[in-house]
Structures are given as structure tokens and as C-alpha cells.
Design a binder for this molecule. Structure first.
Ligand code: PBG
Length: 327
């Protein structure tokens, strides 16, 4: 049997230096964003049972951890607030004295020049019913009434010093509404990340504990149905048209096909969120000795990059950055 010499594909795999030289995809600390939780009223950080190694921070421990993150060279941190008191309209979200806004100001002052300080812009942590928006007379989430709340929240976050607003609520028109208000108030440099293709996913399970979620039921009337790829791409195109600087696909590993298609379709940076359930699965398997933790984490991140993510939100951001620096 004759062979084309070029068919000896193993030549490219023969040694670590050759493999390093020809690897198509890179993974760098600057491409990682660390989600962080800060809880009102805490004096000590509190572990999250379903996410071993992740904590709800006090204001002080948040500041220290943010400084730590900046030293590893990660590209950014994404802040989530857990308030002590909630109400139907999520009043704590746009209150300048609300936990997320106070924490943003503190962290921006500390590390705002070293990495991109980002905030989650959504009402679910602040509402007593746990939905991402306000409810109308029928009990359904009212899209346009929610936009007014997002606009107020976005402005409060920008004033607190957030450099990038992560619009994760999945209301129609949210990017345009927030962008317009930011520009009207002179916040032309505040970046907007549209969680364009955010699916109604079982993989958010551990996050609900992380933010002490009050939700009964689910978010299927606003987050995407996991069966839909075209619709995910359409959401990304809408967000781009509305002025999103960056768009997101979330979760990551169960939606890598959507990620690839969005990357091939839009012109803006595309990020992916490796969510709490993805984190918990690998931690649980590694904790049982069933998989090699470090290899599994790095392979998952490299694969999300390979599928098209320009950057990845991951709870392993700081640890992965340290591993990458060792190599
Ligand atoms: C909602 C929000 C969620 C996550 C981030 N933002 C939860 C949800 O939509 O139910 C999940 C993140 C994760 O699971 O790591 N503001």
C-alpha cells in the first residue's frame, strides 16, 4: 500500500516542543474572568457547599481576593451581590448603598487599573421572588417595566465605577436601553456585555445557593430553550445590533456548537461562561479521584476557547492563571 508522506500525522505529536509549536489554540490568563460573590453583612468569607473552593465574600475578603486575582494577570472579575433584604422591585440593585454598588466602588478603587472590573446587571439577586425582572399583574415577568429597572441599575453600577456591565437578565431590548442611558449620562466608555445566548439550564444549580436565590419555578419564559441553536445566533445578532461591545454564550460546555456558530457570525468579541454546574461536576469527579483535576480544568477551558470563545468566565480563573504561569 502506498502512502502519501504527508499522511504521517503523528509527526506533529512527537514531542512536547513540537506539540507546543503547532497547537492551534492558546489559553492565557488575560482571557480569563473570575466571577466573585459578595454578601452583605458578612464579616468572614462563607464557603458555598455546592461549589467547593468558592466563597461568598465579605467586603474585606473581596478586596483582598481581587488584589490577588489582579496579581495573577487574569483579564477581569465579574461581581455578583447578595443583599440582606430583598423586595418585589429589587430596590437594592440601583441603591448606591446597595451591596453590589458599594463593593464595586471599593474594588474599582483597589484594582481598577490592573484588570477590568465588571458587574452582573440583573435583578434576580435583589428580588424577593427571585426572577430576573419585575412581575406584572398576571405574575409574569414584565419585559418593559424591567428595562426601566435595568437602566437605573446600569447607571448606578457605572457611577460606582464598574467598567463593564454584564446584562444577564434576557429581557428583549435590554442592551439598547442600557446603552442609550449610559451615553445620555456621559458614560461613553462603560462597556456593555450582552448575555445574548443564555439558556434555561440545569447547570446553574449551584449558583442558586451561591446567591441565596429565592426563585420558585424556572426562567423558561425569558432564557433560551436548550434545543435551539439558530435562536441563540439570532439573540447574538440582536445584541450586536443594539450596541453590545461583547456577546456571551452561556453555559459553555453543553453549548459549544452555539458558541462556534456565534463566533462565526458576529464581529464583536464572544465570551462564554463556564457556569457553576460545570465547575461542580469537575470538582466532584476530581474529589472522588475519578479524573485528574488540573488536566480536566485546563482541557475544559482550552476546549471552550477552541469552540470560539475569546474569553471565558470561570470560577477557576485565578488557579488556572497560576498553572499557566508555571509552564
Ligand atoms: C442570573 C444569573 C445566573 C447565573 C449568572 N447570572 C443564574 C440564572 O440565570 O439562574 C448563573 C451562573 C452560574 O451558574 O455559574 N443573574
Amino acid at each position: 500500500m502506498t502512502r502519501n508522506p504527508e499522511s504521517r500525522l503523528r509527526r506533529l505529536r512527537q514531542s512536547a516542543p513540537v506539540r507546543d509549536l503547532v497547537r492551534e489554540t492558546s489559553l492565557e490568563a488575560r482571557q480569563l474572568v473570575l466571577p466573585m460573590f459578595v454578601r452583605e453583612g458578612l464579616s468572614e468569607p462563607q464557603p458555598i457547599r455546592s461549589m467547593p473552593g468558592v466563597v461568598q465574600h465579605s467586603l474585606d475578603s473581596l478586596r483582598a481576593a481581587a488584589t490577588d486575582a489582579a496579581e495573577t494577570g487574569v483579564g477581569g472579575i465579574m461581581l455578583f451581590g447578595v443583599p440582606e433584604v430583598r423586595d418585589a422591585h429589587g430596590s437594592g440593585a440601583d441603591d448606591p448603598d446597595g451591596i453590589l454598588n458599594v463593593a464595586t466602588a471599593a474594588v474599582a478603587a483597589e484594582v481598577g487599573d490592573a484588570l477590568v472590573v465588571q458587574t452582573d446587571l440583573c435583578l434576580d439577586e435583589f428580588t424577593d421572588h427571585g426572577h430576573c425582572g419585575v412581575l406584572g399583574a398576571t405574575g409574569a415577568v414584565d419585559n418593559d417595566a424591567t428595562l426601566e429597572r435595568y437602566v437605573a441599575m446600569g447607571l448606578a453600577q457605572a457611577r460606582a465605577g464598574s467598567q463593564l456591565l454584564g446584562l444577564s437578565g434576557m429581557m428583549d431590548g435590554q442592551v439598547a436601553a442600557v446603552r442609550q442611558e449610559l451615553d445620555a449620562e456621559g458614560f461613553h466608555d462603560t462597556l456593555v456585555l450582552g448575555y445574548a445566548a443564555k439558556y434555561a439550564s440545569a447547570f446553574y444549580g449551584p449558583f442558586r445557593e451561591a446567591v441565596d436565590s429565592q426563585l420558585q419555578g424556572d426562567r423558561r419564559t425569558y432564557q433560551l430553550d436548550p434545543g435551539n441553536r439558530r435562536e441563540g445566533v439570532r439573540e447574538a445578532l440582536f445584541d450586536q445590533d443594539e450596541g453590545a461591545d461583547i456577546v456571551m454564550v452561556k453555559p459553555a460546555m453543553a453549548f459549544l456548537d452555539v458558541l462556534r456558530e456565534v463566533r462565526d457570525t458576529v464581529d464583536v468579541p464572544v465570551w462564554a461562561y463556564q457556569v457553576s454546574g460545570e465547575y461542580a461536576m469537575i470538582e466532584a469527579a476530581a474529589g472522588n479521584g475519578w479524573i485528574d483535576r488540573r488536566r480536566a480544568v485546563l482541557e475544559s477551558l482550552l476546549s471552550i476557547r477552541r469552540a470560539g470563545a475569546d474569553a471565558v468566565l470561570t470560577y477557576w480563573a485565578v488557579e488556572a492563571a497560576r498553572w499557566l504561569a508555571e509552564r
